[in-house]
Design a protein around this ligand. Structure first.
Ligand code: SF4
Length: 370
């Protein structure tokens, strides 16, 4: 399990090592075609800042080689905002006295129909909070069943499950799972996740092993930028990615590093701010480190960043996302989890990508391949 590997890596030493990287370390990493995590640390370090242009060119080259000019398009659907966790940065946390919604199966189907009117989406990401008693595995399985006639690629972003539960959901059409570790800083993890199942660091970080054991085809990982030193957090994610690739080599991987946005929670301010330039540096570094991994940018990022990065390393994007349950068919009484930055319509995003020479891909999987 990855938690055992993580015990061997010191957060403090890793941070020191990143900040000690030199110009020579960066040049050495850029000269390699197969990079290790130490090289990745050089590319995300402050020492690599003067090499942004070189990194952009390399990132673009590797992306074109592996993905061509395609951009895989997906849309998230929040089917409930009911949650028993208390993540301090999230508007859906249990202590927020807001109205909770668990969409009925009829409402879920209405959402599917409404999404299909927005654009030719085939990649659907079903999202829930964590309330297994009221919106558990059977509820998610039913949502997948209903989705099958509408979408060809079904992913979930829900609470970490047991391996047998992931397996059970694959029998209901599940193709991929996305889970955010949020932060790999175990010492501080419970500051942000004080109560509920999510406060169990090991259960969450080992969830990726359970996905691999269950034979989930696609695994998405992510850290939330704004909690801890971002360079160290993404380095831990790079270690995790390599570990998973070695142990579950049939699986396809994607990474995501959203920057924190204000939530309905009102209070929580990011501890760490990542600039646009640093986000670009990280994206290029990730592509140079791993030529095959999908790099996903959601609508949390503003349009100008998404457009700029669309030709330089990003391979997956969401469009016209609503983060409140019922948001597509429109149930205005519900609150959103966070505000989106890129609020363009699907058609506008499609047109912009085409203008930039990208080919938006709506369908890149079929259930028959499961
Ligand atoms: S981040 Fe997820 S688990 Fe945490 S409070 Fe929000 S919905 Fe619940």
């Amino acid at each position: 399990m990855f938690s055992e590997e993580l015990e061997k890596i010191s957060w403090e030493e890793t941070t020191k090592s990143i900040y000690a990287k030199t110009d020579a370390d960066v040049r050495r990493a850029l000269a390699k075609s197969r990079l290790n995590v130490d090289d990745f640390m050089a590319l995300i370090s402050p020492a690599a800042a003067p090499y942004l242009e070189t990194m952009a060119q390399l990132s673009q080259k590797y992306t074109l080689e592996r993905f061509g000019k395609t951009m895989s398009m997906f849309i998230p659907l929040y089917i409930t905002n009911s949650c028993t966790n208390s993540c301090v940065y999230c508007g859906f946390h249990v202590s927020n006295p807001m109205k909770r919604t668990i969409l009925t199966y009829e409402e879920i189907e209405n959402e599917y129909k409404a999404i299909k009117k927005l654009g030719p989406f085939e990649n659907l990401l079903i999202v829930t909070g964590e309330n297994p008693a009221k919106a558990g595995v059977d509820y998610i399985a039913k949502a997948l069943d209903i989705a099958k006639p509408y979408f060809s690629n079904l992913k979930i972003e829900v609470m970490p499950l047991k391996a047998e539960e992931y397996k059970y959901l694959t029998e209901h059409g599940l193709n991929g799972v996305i889970c955010f570790q949020e932060t790999y800083n175990k010492a501080n993890y419970n500051i942000y996740h004080p109560r509920g199942m999510k406060s169990n660091f090991e259960w969450r970080v080992n969830g990726f092993d359970r996905m691999g054991q269950a034979g989930v085809h696609s695994i998405g990982m992510g850290v939330l930028i704004g909690l801890e030193e971002w360079r160290t957090d993404v380095t831990m994610m790079a270690y995790h990615l390599r570990y998973l690739q070695k142990n579950y080599w049939r699986t396809k991987y994607s990474v995501n590093f959203p920057r924190m946005r204000p939530s309905e929670n009102g209070g929580f301010q990011p501890n760490v701010v990542m600039t646009d330039k640093e986000l670009a540096q990280l994206t290029f570094a990730m592509r140079i480190f791993d030529h095959d991994v999908d790099i996903s940018f959601s609508t949390r990022e503003p349009a100008y960043i998404r457009d700029n990065m669309a030709t330089l390393g990003v391979t997956t994007m969401s469009a016209e996302s609503k983060t409140e349950p019922g948001g597509y068919f429109s149930y205005p009484q519900t609150l959103e989890q966070f505000h989106v930055s890129d609020d363009r319509t699907t058609a506008e995003i499609d047109a912009t990508l085409k203008k930039m020479g990208r080919e938006p891909v709506w369908k890149d999987w079929d259930d028959i391949l499961n």
